[in-house]
Design a protein around this ligand. Structure first.
Ligand code: ATP
Length: 870
């Protein structure tokens, strides 16, 4: 009977509407909308986008009350709650709760309209369809603007709603085919001014309709929470069930389907009631679902097997898009006739063509049958390739079921699976995982991580991942990816590098899921990423528990507040969390142009124990100011602080921040060896603090880069006073573009000659002092007390006049290895002497003469020396 149409709000009509909803409640199909509504389980779904969602009911209401209202097109995937939403609208209207501006609401289901043959007028269609309609409906239709039309399931409509293929009618008493009446209603020629809502899965037919689109997202986290709370009346059980679901399957798109939530809650309820464990993976969940269904059907083992194999044949056809013929023909051809009473549990048997309640159960049945009956399927590779393109869950389920523990409950009910088929799949999984993980495609890596996660076979993961730890970025990852990545990393006991480069928005959830993997990784690469404070919190606690020795957060807009959070993790770093590594691993890239908090090794040569600590890069453009320096200072001074090297390049620390930092350098616990404060809005005023720190007994700062700051003459001279002290630990000093003057160079020359200075590397480029200014440095190099190995005098205004002193310096020095002379004004005239001295000095690794005033004539001569760059 076609009577799911409401035309007035009398109680009898409402009861008929609610009582005559088609189908029945099934585990996979869902709880009937009428029952959902009457048992107060209705939750308004979400619409819009995941980032910007609102209630579907609200969106429909707003669209219907708009001044120039258009049709509302309610679009959502299977099971997203379209029918339930429409039916709830009807019930609310009939109860006088909502939509009271409408005097009449008509609910049509396209599936039922398909079956109406012959000619109808709108009046006779309504008369025919609803027993409670008054004898004459004409008065009801007198004011179309007070009428609301609800159309459900456009994607199931057999006819075209395209107005161009119908002669649209406008007279409610005119007879026409049902398809013509429907098109006339949808396009407003009939009942002009009436409001309408059309609900549908995504379909081509939508192109023929205009209106306000409302995209159904289904149940996001907040709706899931409300739904669970209504499903499980006991709040503690609801909390437990929801928490478990969110942790194990809440990251799959399907968890937004209200239909899936119903299935899941029903299975969880029965497991909780019987005291059983809840499933950990999607495969385990579907094993439970099928076990539950088969138990309910109470068939013999042989019949169970027969039924599943027949469903498998149907699934195979549906998956290839070959489902055709009437439902009865299909039942016959797939051998389902004998199971008429059982198929409702799996199929939407009230539809013209048989289909599974959900794509997931179709994939699951297909996977089982693959392993049960070798003869049904041929060509594993081909089929899996198809699955990959079709983005179904077939491979997930095959992976899960290939593990004996996971398929065991099913084998009890269905009999043993085919060992050869399983072995074939396992070999396929292993060899494809190995081959793929050698490559560099992030998406492909993730694809196999997901399959390995489903299989839950730790030793398989260890077998395929040992040789494949490549430095590809796993950044920009979804929560689902994070779960799989964390699983494989924890299985193999950690990766040397966890590369999350360019994760533009590392959410709290992703960071929480990844925390175990982070604490097992020695290097975490998060350059060019962006992290919220909550994500930094997880990172900090992973640091405090972990074995990390290097963290790169360059260009991550970290900011003071988040650095403070991170420092709390650094403070808590315990010595036993540090790993013992061979010395060779300790080398930090010499060409560290990026800045960082680098926490390098704390090692004692005497004991031959090389304790590795965190290397933390908080690099360029992290928007740090003096505000976070107290926190950093506390981390530096904490007992057994792991911080050895800090790179804070291109931030805004200023003199106050420097004062804080350098005060901590005087503390006994601070073991900082390297500090880079390149371009940090620092003036010479801070040099008094630097000097004080360097002259303290405990200070072990051996590398300092103050380049691109306004240090100036006064500041630099203060530094020189510290450098001239025998106890000064400084070995590498950077003063590029610091406004240095000739007196400073002169003082630096004296320091180098003093015989007490430990300086091995001096960078004083971009200070325009000319030949005379640099001369004290050449003289120092020729002095036996000078230990300098690297000198950088780029762009200091040097000419050919310096070459004689330079050559003497190179020839005499016992330690010098490289001289940086780029961007000066040397000419061809200097080349013979420079080539000669370089040829005579085997210790010299490099003389960089790029961007001087040479002509091509001397290139050949310079080519004779492999250690000259020009
Ligand atoms: N808003 C809701 N509140 C509570 N449960 C809901 C809600 N919406 C849907 N459900 C549950 O999900 C099941 C499927 O919902 P519904 O039939 O409305 O989806 P649909 O989008 O119309 O699906 P299809 O496109 O497959 O017809 C319902 O039977 C019910 O159990």
């Amino acid at each position: 009977p076609y009577n799911s149409l409401v035309c007035c709000s009398d109680p009898l009509s409402l009861a008929t509407f609610q009582g005559n909803c088609f189908g029945k409640t099934t585990l996979l199909g869902g709880e009937l909308p009428a029952s959902v509504i009457s048992s107060n389980k209705y939750i308004s779904g979400a619409q819009g986008t995941e980032e910007d969602w609102s209630s579907v009911d609200e969106a429909i209401r707003t669209a219907l009350s708009a001044e120039n209202r258009a049709a509302v097109l309610l679009v959502g995937p299977e099971g997203s709650g379209k029918t339930t939403t429409l039916k709830n609208m009807v019930v609310d209207w009939a109860k006088g709760k909502r939509l009271q501006s409408f005097s009449h609401v008509f609910y049509f289901q396209f599936r039922e309209l398909n079956s109406l043959q012959g000619a109808f007028s709108l009046e006779s269609l309504i008369q025919h369809s609803h027993s409670h309609t008054p004898a004459s409906v004409q008065p009801l239709l007198q004011k179309p603007e007070n009428v609301l039309l609800l159309f459900d399931g456009l994607s199931e409509y057999r006819h075209s709603p395209d107005p161009s293929v119908h002669s649209l009618c406008s007279d409610p008493s005119q007879e026409a085919s049902v398809s013509c009446l429907v098109a006339s209603l949808l396009h407003g020629s009939l009942l002009k001014g009436a409001a309408s809502v059309v609900a549908t899965r995504p379909t081509e037919s939508l192109k023929c309709l205009s209106g306000t689109h409302v995209e159904m997202l289904g149940f996001l986290k907040p709706q899931r929470e409300s739904y669970f709370n209504r499903f499980f009346t006991d709040p503690a059980t609801a909390k437990r069930a929801l928490g478990h679901m969110e942790r194990t399957v809440g990251f799959y798109d399907i968890s937004t389907s209200p239909r899936f939530c119903w299935t899941l809650c029903s299975v969880y309820k029965s497991l909780i009631d019987s005291g059983a464990n809840l499933p950990e993976t999607l495969t385990q969940l579907f094993v439970e679902i099928l076990v539950h269904l088969l138990h309910t059907l109470s068939l013999s083992k042989a019949s169970n097997r027969e039924l599943v194999l027949a469903l498998g044949r149907l699934a195979s056809h549906c998956s290839l898009g070959q489902c055709s013929g009437s439902a009865t023909e299909q039942m016959d051809s797939f051998g389902l006739q004998q199971f008429v009473a059982s198929v409702d549990a799996f199929l939407e048997s009230d539809r013209p063509v048989l289909s599974f309640h959900t794509q997931l159960i179709q994939d699951f049945i297909l996977a089982i049958c693959w392993f049960m009956d070798k003869s049904t399927y041929d060509g594993l590779e081909k089929r899996l390739e198809q699955d990959r393109r079709g983005s179904t869950f077939l491979q997930f389920f095959l992976s899960g079921l290939s593990e004996p523990l996971q398929r065991r409950p099913l084998e009890i009910l269905l009999g043993e699976f085919n060992r050869d088929q399983i072995e074939d799949f396992r070999n396929w999984l292993k060899s494809n995982s190995e081959a793929t993980l050698q490559g560099f495609s992030k998406d492909e890596h993730y694809r196999y991580f997901h399959l390995l996660h489903q299989a839950q076979n730790d030793s398989l993961v260890k077998e395929v991942i040992t040789s494949t730890r490549r430095a590809i970025s796993y950044g920009e990852l979804s929560l689902q990816d994070a779960v799989a990545l964390n699983y494989v990393i924890t299985c193999v006991g950690g990766m040397e590098t966890l590369n999350l480069y360019r994760t533009r928005s590392l959410s709290e959830e992703v960071a929480r899921v990844l925390a175990p993997a982070m604490s097992l990784s020695q290097v975490i690469e998060l350059a060019d990423s962006s992290l919220g404070a909550a994500a930094v919190q997880h990172l900090a606690s992973a640091l405090s528990r972990g074995v990390i020795r290097k963290l790169d957060l360059s260009n991550s807009s970290l900011g003071d507040e988040k650095l403070k959070i991170l420092c709390s993790g650094l403070k808590d770093c315990k010595l036993h969390n540090l790993k013992i590594w061979p010395l060779s691993v300790m080398k930090v890239s010499a060409n560290c142009a990026k800045l960082c908090i680098v926490l390098t090794p704390n090692w004692r040569r005497s004991s031959m124990h090389f304790l590795f600590s965190v290397i933390l890069y908080v690099v360029q453009n992290c928007a740090l100011t003096a505000a976070s320096m107290n926190a950093l200072s506390a981390a530096l001074c904490s007992n057994q602080s792991p911080l050895r090297k800090i790179n804070l390049m291109q931030n805004h620390i200023g003199d106050d921040g420097m004062e804080t930092l350098f005060k901590s350098l005087k503390q006994q616990h601070c073991k900082l060896q390297s500090l880079n404060v390149f371009d940090n809005e620092i003036s010479g005023a801070c040099c008094a603090h630097v000097k004080e720190a360097l002259m303290t007994e405990h200070c072990c700062l051996s590398e300092l880069d103050l380049s691109v700051n306004d240090v100036g003459q006064e500041g630099a001279l203060q530094l020189c006073q510290a450098l001239s002290q025998p106890s000064c630990p400084m070995e590498k000093l950077g003063l590029t573009r610091c406004g240095l003057t000739m007196p400073v160079f002169k003082e630096l020359g004296s320091v180098l000659k003093s015989g007490t200075s430990q300086l091995k590397s001096l960078t004083v480029g971009l200070n325009d002092v000319g030949d005379a200014g640099v001369k004290p440095l050449w003289d120092a190099l020729a002095h036996p007390g000078c230990l300098l190995e690297e000198l950088d005098v780029e762009m200091t205004g040097l000419t050919d006049a310096c070459v004689e002193d330079l050559c003497v310096a190179i020839r005499t020095s016992k330690t010098l290895k490289s001289v940086e002379l780029r961007n000066n004004s040397l000419t061809d005239a200097s080349v013979p002497a420079l080539v000669e001295v370089m040829q005579d000095s085997p210790n010299m690794l490099e003389l960089n003469l790029k961007y001087n005033d040479f002509s091509e004539d001397v290139f050949e001569m310079m080519d004779q020396c492999s250690n000259i760059r020009y």
